[in-house]
Ligand binder design. Sequence first.
Ligand code: BG6
Length: 486
Amino acid sequence: HETLDSFPKDFLWGAASAAYQIEGAFDADGKGPSIWDEFTKIPGKTFEGTNGDVAIDHYHRYKEDVKLMADMGLKAYRFSVSWSRILPEGEGVVNEAGLQFYEDLVDELIKNGVEPVLTLYHWDLPLALQEKYNGWESRETIKAFKQYCELLFERLGKKVTYWVTFNEQNVFTSMGYRWESHPPNVSDTKRLFEANHIINLANAEAINLFKEMVPEGKIGPSFGYGPVYPLTSDPSDVLAAENAHDFNNAWWLDIYCKGKYPVTTFKRLKRMGIAPTVLPEDEELLKSAKPDFLGINYYHGGTVKQNKLENPTENEETNKQFSSTDPYLMQPKDEQSQSPEVPMFQSTENPSLEKTDWGWEIDPVGFRVALRQVFARYDLPLFVTENGLGALDELTKEEEIHDDYRIAYLENHISEMKKSISDGVDMIGYCAWSFTDLLSWLNGYKKRYGFVYVNRTETDEKDMKRIPKKSFYWYKELIENNGKNI
Ligand code: BG6
């Protein structure tokens, strides 16, 4: 039995959240609407029509929530800022009450010994920018984003060290511009890649501005990474996995770290007429902006095989199989000419892996593979900004939650992360998803991730009482001994 390296002394054991999923107070104190405030009201888009109007009311209960973090001994807390709370129109007039809320939250965290990790964009674009400029399809939105970032860098740059630019750009662009399951509810691959390119530019602008304004801080994007496995050792399946990696991972990570698109996917999109428009000055900007770390959100990877095309029924079957709300598993519907994957790879089931209640593969070893791959390819410190298990939790009569399955999930993943550190991966910290239960964008409140139970359902807000689960005490102990027993 090999001895593993210990976790670094100052390893940031954390937990994460996002504004729309916890804050509620959707129109309080001058907040403007976001695209999610509108999207969730479209019938049929979310589970039982849930929305974040109230969420878990963190906006009014943040002190109680931070107190629980302190009780747990949490070292870091990742949260996101709601852009339209600060700039109700997305740009222009500033809402001081919004800025103050985040400053108060940061002060409360610091007072309680919890390191704040601030995400600038976790999907809730101000609705005004969508209406005025078509959101991320216009370069005007980059200017607005810069104003928003500048306000936060100015106000919180001295208090917050770790900053995340965009959360899972791969997920929100695909869901929003291809699968019509996030705002702006579009299905058009040309628009997808154009909008994605503009977000890349916004990411680079934010990083460059940050370097000027907060030279002591650390900034990087959080990417939803999944390693890709070939179904068999048939070289054509291996090539398919390479294609899928290029298309699903490198398409974003190469831009973040090398400032350029991977050539194979770019050529393919170009042949299809859906490659983004890249101006000469864009290339310069993208090359100039280097993140300090990469945030990695890990839930699972994917398995692919060669896409033979000659068996349409098989394709149809796969499409049905993957028509879940899992962004990592989305597959082309029937618009084959618009689907860049079709000749390159086809997603399939991994026969070796178990799944969660929501059909997500459980793959702790894939976590080690992921961390190793990203570190080897991009040579930047990694910060796990999300990893966790969505499950149905049961509140007992004694008001307890015995979530041993969550403990097992986290333990197995943390153990693989520890092995990756022993392998030599440079790791800053680990934020489990999530601290409290919260609104799952599309799955309501049944799918719970938290260390802390929140007493509410889709239809009944109840008292929203916070109740630490068994996993809360388990993580507390793990933090206390810095993962020694893992
Ligand atoms: C990530 C997001 O994609 O997955 C989170 O960054 C999200 O915001 C998490 O909640 C889990 O997804 P879901 O659909 O199970 O809530």
